[in-house]
Every structure is written in structure tokens, then in C-alpha cells.
Design a protein around this ligand. Structure first.
Ligand code: GAR
Length: 192
């Protein structure tokens, strides 16, 4: 079974959706590690409730990105992690992790990239009054929400939508799409 790590900084609703898919037998993998850069992030309790090991760090306690990513890399190697999935991890990934995990780090973003990268993509799309936005899942490179696109799904912003209702719609897509894309990636690799 593939051994994966999830990186997250916040609420962890995508983390939950991935765990649920594993529990329901829709996704065949071992979630070996949660990496989190905020000690008060709700996602940590979710991991602990499921007995998933966590590595929690404060970037400020390290000299630079290479230093904390080296520590993450050491843990990933120890745990024989094969894939990394970002689920609301709000930091750029540097070469320390990108090189050894080439084409094995995947991100989910709540817009139709390349539109609205960065923070608060849902708010950005809403404020711009676009009619269609959505969700993108892509391989991670050294840019912010860039890298080859794996899958996208669109959602229409209706006149009656508020930021809150739009967020609900986007999250519903994310929670369905991410586990299924992860499943496909892992199965495709198995077949190769
Ligand atoms: C998700 O909407 C994810 O797409 C987004 O953060 C949210 C995390 O929510 N990621 C980005 O914006 C990456 N640039 P969650 O903690 O409830 O899973």
C-alpha cells in the first residue's frame, strides 16, 4: 500500500475527506504523517484522533526554508513516504523537498488556475464577479499554485451566492475530487 503524507496549515476539512475516503475503502493508502506549520491548527486534533503521526513546526525557529524542509525530508524518508499531498498548506515548497519528490507533490486550490492563485482564492473570484470558478488539483513546482494541472472542476457563481455559499459549494467539490484524484494517481502508478 502506498504511504502518503499530508501537509496542512488550517482547518483540515480536506484532510478529513481523505481520511474518510480511506475508511470507506474508496482510497487505498496509508496516511503516515501530517506535517503542519501552525501549532494551533484544528487539523492537528483531527490527525491525533486518528492516531496519525504529526510533525508540527514553526518556520521562525529555523534559519531558513531549507533547514525545516530538511527535517521534514528526514522524517519522510524514515517513514518511507512516497507521495505528499498538500491540503491547505500555505507555504511554498522549496528544492529541498521538490527534488527528491519530483512529480510526487500535489496541491489542491480553490479556483480554476491559473486564475486567482494565492490566498483567499474564493474571495478573489467572488469580488471579481466572475461567473465561473472552481477547483484545481495540480503537481507542485517552485511557484505559488503553479505546476502541471491534473484535474479541474468548475462551479457557477449564481446571483444569489454569497462568499459563504460559494465556499460551501467549492468545499463540496474539493472533498469529493481530491480523494478520487489521489486514488487515480496511486492506482496509475501501481499499474506502471
Ligand atoms: C482549501 O480550500 C484548499 O483548496 C486551500 O485551502 C483550503 C484548506 O481548507 N488551499 C489553497 O488555497 C492553496 N493555495 P481545509 O483546511 O478545510 O482543507
Amino acid at each position: 500500500m502506498k504511504r502518503i503524507a499530508i501537509f496542512a496549515s488550517g482547518t483540515g476539512s480536506n484532510f478529513d475527506a481523505i481520511i474518510q475516503a480511506v475508511d470507506e475503502g474508496k482510497l487505498d493508502c496509508e496516511i503516515e504523517l501530517l506535517v503542519c506549520d501552525r501549532s494551533n491548527a484544528p487539523v492537528i486534533e483531527k490527525a491525533q484522533a486518528k492516531n496519525i503521526d504529526t510533525f508540527i513546526f514553526r518556520a521562525k525557529n529555523y534559519s531558513d526554508k531549507a533547514a525545516y524542509e530538511q527535517e521534514i525530508l528526514n522524517i519522510c524518508r524514515e517513514k518511507e513516504i512516497e507521495w505528499i499531498f498538500l491540503a491547505g498548506y500555505m507555504r511554498l515548497i522549496g528544492p529541498t523537498l521538490l527534488k527528491p519528490f519530483e512529480s510526487r507533490i500535489v496541491n489542491i486550490h480553490p479556483s480554476l488556475l491559473p486564475a486567482f492563485p494565492g490566498k483567499d482564492a474564493i474571495g478573489q473570484a467572488f469580488d471579481k464577479q466572475v461567473k465561473i470558478t472552481g477547483v484545481t488539483i495540480h503537481f507542485v513546482d517552485n511557484g505559488m499554485d503553479t505546476g502541471p494541472i491534473i484535474e479541474q472542476e468548475a462551479v457557477r457563481i449564481e446571483a444569489a451566492d454569497t462568499k459563504a455559499t460559494l465556499q460551501k459549494k467549492i468545499q463540496a467539490i474539493e472533498h469529493r475530487l481530491y480523494p478520487s484524484v489521489i486514488h487515480s494517481l496511486l492506482v496509475e502508478e501501481e499499474v506502471k
